[in-house]
Design a protein around this ligand. Structure first.
Ligand SMILES: [Zn+2]
Length: 360
């Protein structure tokens, strides 16, 4: 992989506008990656995503392994061909699922996951091999997320295990893609320091920040994030895993984060929870049944140009799947419009004056 795949083009304080070029594909940061855990952004086609101007999506190594037949991937060469997405794919390793899924056994060499069809012993080597077979452009190391983030020793042992797996992941990584390490350590500055030191020593192409957003208060979150970013290399991309409220994205960018992902805009869309420039719209509420207005007058998406709140409210009432699709398009477009505003404010060097209203 070209060592110069990441170039910072503009700076405003700690915020950066950067170009990431991988395998003849590219995207600019700050970037929000829609989450397609199983290789699909629910209700959308890859064509829809291109219209929405996304250049990178996230999918999950473990879920793809469990759900897509290996022969299908082989017959299609990789997941890009199968799902008809020619742009960049980042694959999360599956380590987070050791935290979120119940049927698993964590051991020193990896994680055994069980589901009704098959079991998998996800070792760093296996994890890297699957990401290679998928054809992922950005690989992420296998990590372990401790269940008890409030226990210093549990977090310590977990980060030592993640560090061991990080070294092994680097060893088995296919050089046609780039590889991100993950900084752990929960809310403990001492542990974050150890994780930073050990992860940087391995020399990854980019650095993800894990283990935040799982119940810590906002003050701790901000303090830890600031500390980590300050100590990461300035010439590598930085990715804050799983963060997706607009206000978190803006804060992250102001501190120097480049990449974000979250299920929030798509999951909330399917529940009729819409983001607008004037706050949240809960479209299923009765008060919208007769509204001739669009979801958001200021939004430039195709849904706001063509449909009324009344119609979308009606689609939810009759449980029509088109409702999920229209709302997903709006929420993702809303995110993309906000990210565009953030980029513009970096270029015009006034990000510290920028205020975004994305709800929560
Ligand atoms: Zn819209």
């Amino acid at each position: 992989m070209n060592k110069n795949f990441f170039k910072v083009k503009k700076k405003c304080g700690f915020s950066r506008l950067s170009l990431v070029s991988i395998n003849d594909k590219f995207f600019f940061t700050p970037v929000f990656m829609p989450v397609g855990t199983m290789g699909v952004i629910k209700t959308l086609s890859s064509y829809d995503l291109e219209i929405l101007k996304f250049r990178i999506i996230l999918t999950n190594t473990l879920h793809v392994f469990f759900n897509i037949n290996k022969k299908v991937l082989k017959n299609n060469i990789n997941i890009h061909n199968f799902i008809k997405w020619k742009k960049i794919i980042l694959t999360d390793s599956g380590g987070y699922q050791a935290y979120s899924l119940k049927s698993k056994i964590i051991h020193k060499n990896g994680i055994i996951f069980k589901n009704k069809n098959n079991n998998i012993n996800l070792t760093p080597k296996k994890c890297m091999n699957i990401q290679t077979k998928i054809g992922s452009d950005i690989n992420v190391v296998l990590d372990e997320c401790p269940e008890n983030y409030n226990d210093f020793l549990s977090v310590y042992y977990s980060l030592k295990l993640s560090n061991k797996w990080s070294i092994e992941s680097k060893k088995f990584h296919n050089k046609n893609s780039i590889l991100f390490g993950i900084i752990h350590g929960g809310i403990y500055p001492d542990l974050r320091k150890i994780s930073l030191y050990e992860t940087k020593k391995i020399e990854f192409d980019g650095y993800s920040i894990g283990g935040l957003g799982i119940g810590e208060n906002y003050f701790d979150f901000k303090k830890i994030l600031k500390y980590i970013v300050k100590n990461l290399p300035s010439n590598k991309p930085r990715y804050l895993m799983g963060f997706g409220f607009i206000k978190d994205i803006l804060l992250g960018v102001k501190l120097g984060i480049d990449m974000f992902d979250c299920v929030i805009p798509t999951r909330h869309a399917r529940n009729g929870f819409l983001y607008t420039f004037s706050g949240i719209v809960k479209i299923k509420k009765k008060k919208y049944a007769l509204s001739k207005e669009p979801i958001d007058k200021k939004c430039i998406c195709s849904i706001c140009k063509n449909y009324t709140k009344s119609y979308i409210n009606y689609l939810f009432k009759i449980k029509e799947t088109l409702a999920y699709r229209l709302c997903t398009i709006h929420n993702l477009s809303f995110y993309e419009q906000n990210i565009r505003n953030i980029k513009r404010s970096i270029i015009s060097k006034n990000i510290y004056k920028l205020k975004l209203n994305g709800g929560k």
